[in-house]
Write a protein that binds this ligand. Structure first.
Ligand code: HEC
Length: 253
């Protein structure tokens, strides 16, 4: 028993040492109910379309999504013609042409989403020295996923009195370290919805988090379907095996 004391002592010290690091993390974001959770979960196409609208009208000014192609947007319920029209609203640099010059043309469904900045340096320069991360995989890359994105969108607060913020920095409850170099991007009424959904920060935040979850895992639905079929197969197979075993051993005493 006595030998346990130094071990317990180390334990207490280790916990004590871990606490300041914990304080520097963001708080756990609120847990929302997402339609894509659970074994039969799937994306809500109306939420995806609203989320894309929020992304393209607000976030796309700073955050790229260059692993997503305009043609992928058919998964949100848009027709091919609608996707073509969406893409054509953006301009990309292509080339070189026969004379060796780069030229601009309307984007096509086969292009990836247009990057707001020509390179990382330009993005950092335009954002006070902070880099707005590419959003293609953000929901997968961050602990908490959609809840984290929702949390950051809705977690802006007055900083505590002893916090020292530089110009361009804000206090956010759910950002790791609490300090974020992004001004609150959303405000009530800034994006208009045609389907009557509330035009509020909370609704925009949940829609854009839904959309970003789809972007980071577009095959979630087929993965779940395959998983379910595999489970069903295993269940039936187990039944058949059990019956076979009973039959084979029926006469053995
Ligand atoms: C004016 C430019 C700008 C706009 C518009 C903008 N952001 Fe940001 N965002 C940034 C910058 C810069 C950072 C990096 C902040 C940092 O590192 O402190 C950032 C960081 C983030 C983070 C935290 C990323 C991480 O590393 O965990 C999230 C989440 C985020 N943005 C979501 C959004 C969403 C969603 C929108 C649209 C509703 C949006 N942003 C609009 C500039 C912008």
């Amino acid at each position: 028993m006595l030998r346990l004391i130094p071990i317990l002592f180390c334990f207490v010290i280790a916990i004590g040492a871990a606490s300041p690091a914990k304080a520097a993390e963001g708080e756990h974001p609120p847990h929302l109910h997402w339609s894509f959770q659970g074994m039969f979960g799937s994306y809500d196409k109306a939420a995806l379309q609203r989320g894309y609208k929020v992304y393209s009208q607000v976030c796309a000014a700073c955050h790229s999504m260059d692993r997503v192609y305009y043609r992928n947007l058919t998964a949100l319920g848009y027709s091919e013609a609608e996707v073509k029209a969406i893409a054509a609203g953006f301009t990309v640099t292509d080339g070189p042409n026969d004379e060796g010059d780069m030229f601009e043309r309307p984007a096509r469904p086969s292009d990836h989403m247009v990057n707001p900045f020509p390179n990382k340096e330009a993005a950092v320069y335009a954002n006070n020295g902070a880099f707005p991360p590419d959003m293609s995989l953000l929901a997968k890359a961050r602990h908490g996923g959609a809840n984290y994105i929702f949390g950051v969108m809705t977690g802006y607060e007055e900083p505590p009195v002893d916090a020292e913020l530089l110009p361009g920095q804000y206090w956010n409850r759910y950002m790791p370290g609490h300090v974020i170099a992004m001004a609150p991007p959303l405000s009530d009424g800034m994006v208009s919805y045609e389907d009557g959904s509330p035009e509020t920060v909370a609704q925009y935040a949940s829609d854009v988090a839904h959309f970003l979850s789809w972007a980071s895992e577009p095959t979630l639905e087929s993965r779940k379907r395959t998983g379910f079929k595999a489970l069903l197969f295993l269940l039936v197979f187990a039944g058949v095996m059990y019956a076979t075993k009973k039959k084979i051993w029926a006469n053995a005493h």
